[in-house]
Design a protein around this ligand. Structure first.
Ligand code: SAH
Length: 220
């Protein structure tokens, strides 16, 4: 499969050249990126490209995010360990696995059932027992499991879905790409009482977040 290097060496190089060099310094994030076998989350035909500096297709017109973007968004959550985290857009389950290595519990929502089923099987096979999966519209959040100390949205939104703000714990952080259907800005919102401190963390490009508080699904 990979001719000369073990996959750990591929991850070491990925972390060194794509992630540390661009300023990611959170130790738990760097360790998780070294530990999770990204090549097990991509389609067989793309396995040679699993550690490349770009997103990859995962079926259903969706993508597994670029490694750097996964690291940046995880660092922006500022997790210390033990948190209850909500992820919207399970996709391949790669970001879920990274989160599950750091947080206490990861609740993840995906609207495409076949992707969710595949990700669930993968995560179970790899031994993650602190992940709850759900097939529904993630723009509504997951009220029964709230509050969350961290919420991460891995699809591009037209605005911040209000239910996610409601379900964010005091001091918790919400990381979400907001913009148009093709290009977004990564927003970080930190809750203090009824107020949210907002910072921007650069430009990004995600597949659209569809749903009640997202974009309309124009194929319906
Ligand atoms: N975190 C993923 C990236 C997946 S791409 C990974 O690491 O592989 C974004 C995903 O968001 C897609 O799978 C898409 O189907 C999903 N998505 C889009 N709108 C959604 C919504 N309202 N609720 C849940 N999932 C959604």
């Amino acid at each position: 499969m990979f001719s000369h290097e073990s996959t750990f060496e591929l991850r070491e190089r990925m972390v060194r050249e794509q992630i540390r060099k661009r300023g990611i310094h959170d130790r738990a994030v760097l360790q998780a990126m070294l530990d999770v076998p990204r090549h097990e989350f991509v389609e067989t035909r793309n396995v040679e490209e699993a550690y490349g500096d770009h997103p990859l297709p995962i079926g259903g017109e969706q993508t597994i995010s670029q490694p750097y973007m996964v690291a940046l968004m995880t660092q922006e959550l500022a997790l210390k360990g033990g948190e209850n985290v909500l992820e919207i857009g399970t996709g391949s389950g790669y970001q879920t696995a990274i989160l599950a290595r750091i947080a206490g519990m990861v609740c993840t929502i995906e609207r495409i059932d076949s992707l969710l089923a595949q990700a669930g099987k993968r995560l179970e096979r790899m031994g993650y027992s602190n992940v709850k999966l759900r097939n529904c519209d993630g723009t509504l959040g997951w009220p029964e499991e709230s509050p969350f100390q961290g919420i991460i949205v891995t699809a591009g939104a037209p605005g911040v879905p209000p239910p996610l703000l409601d379900q964010l714990d005091q001091g918790g952080r919400l990381v979400i790409p907001v913009g148009d259907r093709f290009i977004q800005t990564l927003l970080v919102l930190e809750r203090h009482g009824k107020r949210f401190k907002k910072t921007r963390s650069g430009g990004c490009r995600f597949v659209p977040l569809l749903g009640e508080h997202g974009w309309e699904d124009d194929r319906r």
